[in-house]
Design a protein around this ligand. Structure first.
Ligand SMILES: Nc1ncnc2c1ncn2[C@@H]1O[C@H](COP(=O)(O)OP(=O)(O)OP(=O)(O)O)[C@@H](O)[C@H]1O
Length: 282
């Protein structure tokens, strides 16, 4: 199967407001797909429809060639979800949270024991397995949420801003976990506001605004499309201007023509995002 997810002309309305607008997208098996967009772009709404928590107003979502809907327990058994908000049972320990989730998938006996040990080792949570989850740091809680989403050994993992508010050390540990999952052949769909997170992890990036995905490509292709080189300078109105160029020669020529201080550098994904969100979307 080439495409593990197919979104076909999906619209979601809240009353008269269109949060996701006739959106079509195909995601290949084994991809690490990053969904980027400003606040209110429709990312969470899209993820909620993909995992069957919200019903599209129009259109179809196929996961592993089956139509996704709230009652499709077969597909639900194939996916893992890490929501934006903490979904741990605060009064249970790390181990108990995992056991509770595994039991929901009817994993029992020796299989349950082996599964929990494997997950605790993978996520490096073994040393704190008996700590109540309410006593974990924010970073540890996020790690436990990701681990919890893996109890059913899902083919696809959906993560909605998994590292929000997490310090650099914990964020990098979470990135390692996610890279480990990608290496196992899992398909991962992630929303984030951290551009460097998407750049570091994702092999496909979708830029979303006003309920539509306007660009979808690799990070390199998106940067090349804008222009590989950026000249950044402070204009006479004291506003930073960014100009993008395909060749270093063009960029140098432009920079040398300026009578102000400038920086000439490689274009990064943040430039792509900034340019995307600051232009007027038609
Ligand atoms: N239950 C709801 N009822 C009405 N409007 C909603 C509802 N949920 C979301 N919206 C609106 O739909 C739009 C898209 O919201 P959504 O949460 O999907 O965006 P987002 O891209 O995930 O934003 P953020 O980056 O801030 O999390 C927003 O304008 C939001 O206010």
């Amino acid at each position: 199967m080439k495409h593990i997810i197919e979104i076909k002309k999906v619209t979601k309305k809240y009353g008269d407001f269109t949060a996701v607008d006739n959106l079509s997208l195909k995601i290949q098996k084994g991809s690490f797909f990053g969904l980027l967009g400003p606040n209110g772009a429709g990312k969470t709404t899209l993820i909620k429809m993909l995992v069957g928590l919200l019903k599209p107003t129009k259109g179809t979502i196929l996961i592993e060639n089956q139509k996704m809907n709230r009652d499709n327990t077969f597909i639900k058994s194939k996916i893992g979800i890490v929501p934006q908000h903490i979904n741990l049972d605060k009064e249970l320990s790390v181990r108990e949270n995992l056991i509770f989730s595994a039991k929901l998938y009817k994993i029992k006996g020796n299989q349950l024991h082996q599964k929990i040990e494997k997950l605790l080792a993978f996520s490096d949570l073994k040393s704190i397995e008996n700590r109540l989850s309410k006593k974990l740091s924010g970073g540890m809680q996020r790690k436990l949420m990701i681990t919890k989403a893996l109890v059913n050994d899902p083919d696809i993992l959906f993560l909605d801003e998994p590292t929000v508010g997490i310090d650099v050390n914990h964020r990098r540990k979470i990135w390692d976990m996610l890279k480990g999952m990608k290496a196992m052949g899992k398909t991962i769909i992630l929303t984030t506001h951290y551009i460097e997170e998407a750049e570091y992890l994702c092999n496909q990036i979708g830029l979303m605004d006003q309920g539509k995905i306007f660009y979808c490509n690799t990070s390199d292709a998106l940067k090349n499309n804008l222009g590989k080189f950026t000249v950044e300078y402070f204009n006479t109105e004291k506003i930073t201007e960014y100009k993008y160029f395909q060749s270093i020669e063009e960029a140098k020529e432009y920079a040398h023509s300026l009578d102000t201080h400038y920086i000439l550098r490689n274009t990064n994904l943040e430039d792509v995002f900034y340019n995307f969100t600051n232009r007027k979307v038609q």
